[in-house]
Each structure stands twice: as structure tokens, then as C-alpha cells.
Design a protein around this ligand. Structure first.
Ligand SMILES: CC(C)(COP(=O)(O)OP(=O)(O)OC[C@H]1O[C@@H](n2cnc3c(N)ncnc32)[C@H](O)[C@@H]1OP(=O)(O)O)[C@@H](O)C(=O)NCCC(=O)NCCS
Length: 420
């Protein structure tokens, strides 16, 4: 096998080269410190692969995203979210029997323990739903402990996927002071979520197919994205053998920030600000170029071309708004900004293109989802990815606790003078 040579302090070292199935090359430096005494320095992990994984492949230069080898463009056309979740978690698309069983289990386990309902009363009415989601998901471990037995583990995977959407919808109902709507067995994952969000005890509610389809699509494009900030957090927490709910709750917190899943909310707030300014983008672009603001929903650590998820969502936005007969002025502003940025040297030179969050917020808005729930929607989509990555890590017998090193730059030994 080929090796990479390192010359360091007059000595030469060989490190193995590893190659992924799509031709990605890595230098295995696990023995670097033992052999040389030195560590690598890579803040932000710009050049560091933290694991080998067979779940998701991204080619950021070509704009490719595949789950278990299936292109995202095919999955959104041909599968529903539960099947994609199954694919990510168990490695293959379910056959019809597996899918029936999976759907049934997702429905049967979507009720949260009645005692947990009381927790909602403790949150203030204006609590951010991400705070509620992370706290409630962590609390699930109090009800469903990780016994380490295979059957419990299987069930906890289902409980997490199924109950997160119930928790999300209840947190919304709590914020608007409406009564909770229980999930029902006859509805799909997406239809149940929409019903729990928008039905009231006063009237019947059946989700419009266009909304159900849009939700499936949104959940699928968010379902996994290899070793991003929240997924790496899930793996990091899970590497200490913390249980699945604890690891997922940590992932929810990591996702919350505006540079990650919180960007969808930030995009809408940015577009609304520009609209309030009369739709004039000049001032905003000047601020971005002065580095006083960021164009939210643009740029990505991995994609250096158009994010394939943004392409899917842009098309879906036009389609859904058309069917619903919505004329949202923010769409025009978003398209104007996109066109301008794609032709502006500041963005072109830095390879900044729309990412998944640029159009997702507009779609959520059209579906009636309130802005502060957008990141929760991202989390619901991402849960299968977190579960898949957590399982992959936990099933690796050679997995060690994740524990990076540092380069200490603080004071050397100081001596105490006098009492303090
Ligand atoms: C996603 C993101 C965090 C990636 O960050 P990163 O890989 O660390 O890239 P950097 O922050 O180093 O940015 C590289 C350069 O592009 C600029 N840049 C990156 N994203 C930008 C944006 N959205 N608007 C304006 N400038 C941006 C940076 O200022 C930097 O410029 P410089 O080289 O002159 O210093 C970043 O692009 C961003 O903040 N985007 C907006 C938030 C967002 O949409 N997040 C959702 C991601 S799915």
C-alpha cells in the first residue's frame, strides 16, 4: 500500500494512505504522536476526517449528495421520509413488508409518556422550541434507559424518530396556547405531524397532499449530511458511550446555531429586514462586503458549487407556492439576491452559493410553519442521520473515545507570591 512520507526534525516517517470508495484520499496519522511526539493542528477540522463512514457521500466540487449510494434527486422523487430514514439507519431500502412494519412501529411509538406532558407546563410561553426539543429529547432517556440490549436499542431508535415530531408539535401548541393533538395511527409520518401542528379539537383536519409532499421532501433533503457540526457532536458525545437520547439532544443544541441549522430562521429574518428597507439590496450587499453582515443561506464548508439540496428546494418552492396560490414578496427578494450574488466577484471568488437553508425557510413559511420552528424542522429531518451515524460508531469495536489534543499557549509555571 502507498504511504505518505513526512520528514520531521531530520527523520523520515511513513504513514499509510487510505482511499474511500469514491476515490477520496486520506493520510492515516493515528500513530503520528506516538512516532514523532508531534500532533496535527487543524482548528475547525478543515483537513481532518474524523471517521470512516459508509452512510453519506458528498462531492462538494461537483454538487453531489448520496445517501447509501442513492442520489438525493432520486430519493426525493421516489421515496417518502420513513423509507429514507430506514435506508440511512439500516443501510438498505426497506422491502414492502419491512416498510409496513417500520411505518407501524413509527406510529405506535409516537405517543410521549403522559408524565412528560407536565414538562411542557414548566417552560415559559416564549421559550424557543429548540430549547424545549433538546430538553425533552434528553428527558426521553429517563423513561427509556439504554440497557445495552439489542431489542431496547431498536425500540429507542424508533421512539426517538417517532416522538421527536410529537414533542416538536406540542411545543408549538404550547407557544400558541392551544391544546395538544394526539397522533393517529391512520396517518403517515408527515400527515401526522401537520395534523398535530395545525388541527384543533374544534374541526376535522386532513393535511393537503401538497403540504404532505413538501414536508416529505424537506425532511429527506435534511436527513443526513455526513460529518457536519451537529453530527460530529452526536458522534463525540456518543463516543463516551452516552445513550442515544443524550447524544441526539447534544446534536440538537449544536444544530441550533445560526451558522448551522439556525441559518434557515436567519435567512427569513434577513429577507424581512431587506423588505422593510424597501427591497433595496444595495445597502445589504455593501454591509456583507464590509464583513459587517453575512448573506445567510449562502456558503458551505464542503460545497464549493450550488448545493444540490438548494436546487431541489428552489424548484419545490415555485411549485408549492403556485399550488397554494401564495405570492410571497420574500421569494422575489431571495431570487434577486441569489442572481446578484452569483454574478458578484466577492461571492464568485469565495465560491459562495446558496445552501439548503436559502429556500427552505420560504417553503416552511408557505406551509404555515412559524419562523422559530424552522430549526426544529431541520432537526426532525436530521434525526435519522444522527441515529445512523451514532449506530455506525457504536457498532465499531475499535471505536475509542473522541478526545482531540491541543497546543497549549498559556503561561508556563507561575509561582504564587503572597496570599490571595
Ligand atoms: C456555512 C459557513 C459557516 C461555512 O464557513 P467556513 O467554511 O468556515 O467559511 P469561512 O467562514 O471561512 O468563509 C470563507 C470566506 O467566505 C466569506 N463568507 C462565507 N460565507 C459567507 C456568507 N454567507 N456571506 C458573506 N461572506 C461569506 C467569509 O467572510 C470568508 O471570507 P474571507 O476569505 O475574505 O475571510 C459560512 O459560509 C456561513 O457563515 N454561511 C452563512 C450561514 C449559513 O448559511 N449556514 C448554513 C450552512 S448549511
Amino acid at each position: 500500500m502507498a504511504t505518505a512520507k513526512l520528514t520531521f526534525q531530520g527523520k523520515e516517517y511513513d504513514f499509510p494512505i487510505i482511499e474511500g470508495t469514491e476515490g477520496e484520499i486520506g493520510i492515516d496519522i493515528t500513530k503520528l504522536r506516538a512516532q514523532t511526539g508531534a500532533v496535527t493542528y487543524d482548528p475547525g477540522y478543515m483537513s481532518t476526517a474524523s471517521c470512516k463512514s459508509n452512510i453519506t457521500f458528498i462531492d462538494g466540487e461537483k454538487g453531489i449528495l448520496r445517501y447509501r449510494g442513492y442520489p438525493i434527486e432520486d430519493l426525493v422523487k421516489r421515496a417518502k421520509f420513513p423509507a429514507v430514514a430506514y435506508l440511512l439507519i439500516y443501510g438498505h431500502l426497506p422491502d414492502p413488508n419491512e416498510l409496513d412494519d417500520w411505518r407501524r412501529r413509527l406510529t405506535m411509538d409516537s405517543y410521549i409518556h403522559e408524565d412528560m406532558i407536565k414538562f411542557f407546563q414548566g417552560f415559559p410561553p416564549n421559550a424557543h422550541p429548540m430549547a424545549i426539543l433538546s430538553a425533552m429529547v434528553s428527558s426521553l432517556s429517563a423513561y427509556y434507559p439504554d440497557t445495552g440490549r439489542g431489542e431496547d436499542m431498536k425500540r429507542n431508535v424508533v421512539r426517538l424518530l417517532a416522538q421527536a415530531k410529537t414533542i416538536a408539535a406540542y411545543s408549538y401548541k404550547k407557544s400558541i396556547g392551544q391544546s395538544r393533538i394526539y397522533p393517529r395511527t391512520e396517518f403517515s409520518y408527515a400527515a401526522n405531524f401537520l395534523r398535530m401542528m395545525f388541527a384543533t379539537p374544534a374541526e376535522d383536519y386532513v393535511a393537503q397532499p401538497v403540504l404532505e409532499d413538501a414536508l416529505n421532501l424537506l425532511l429527506i433533503v435534511h436527513a443526513d449530511h455526513e460529518q457536519n457540526c451537529s453530527t460530529s457532536t452526536v458522534r463525540m458525545v456518543g463516543s463516551s458511550r452516552a445513550n442515544l437520547f443524550a447524544a441526539a439532544s447534544a446534536g440538537i443544541c449544536a444544530l441550533w446555531g445560526p451558522l448551522h441549522g439556525g441559518a434557515n430562521q436567519a435567512v427569513i429574518e434577513m429577507l424581512e429586514r431587506i423588505e422593510r428597507d424597501g427591497g433595496d439590496c444595495d445597502r445589504f450587499f455593501a454591509r456583507v462586503k464590509d464583513k459587517k453582515a453575512r448573506l445567510m443561506g449562502f456558503g458551505h464548508r464542503v460545497y464549493k458549487t450550488y448545493d444540490p439540496r438548494a436546487k431541489i428546494l428552489k424548484e419545490a418552492t415555485d411549485r408549492v407556492l403556485n399550488v397554494l396560490g401564495i405570492n410571497d414578496p420574500l421569494v422575489e427578494i431571495a431570487k434577486k439576491i441569489e442572481e446578484r450574488a452569483l454574478n458578484d466577484s466577492f461571492f464568485v471568488e469565495r465560491k459562495l452559493y446558496p445552501n439548503v437553508d436559502f429556500y427552505s425557510g420560504i417553503l416552511y413559511r408557505a406551509m404555515g410553519i412559524p419562523t422559530d420552528m424552522f430549526t426544529v424542522m431541520f432537526a426532525l429531518g436530521r434525526i435519522p442521520g444522527w441515529i445512523a451515524q451514532w449506530r455506525e460508531m457504536r457498532s465499531n469495536p475499535n471505536q475509542r473515545i473522541c478526545r482531540p489534543r491541543q497546543i497549549y499557549i498559556g503561561p508556563t509555571t507561575q509561582s504564587f507570591s503572597g496570599d490571595n
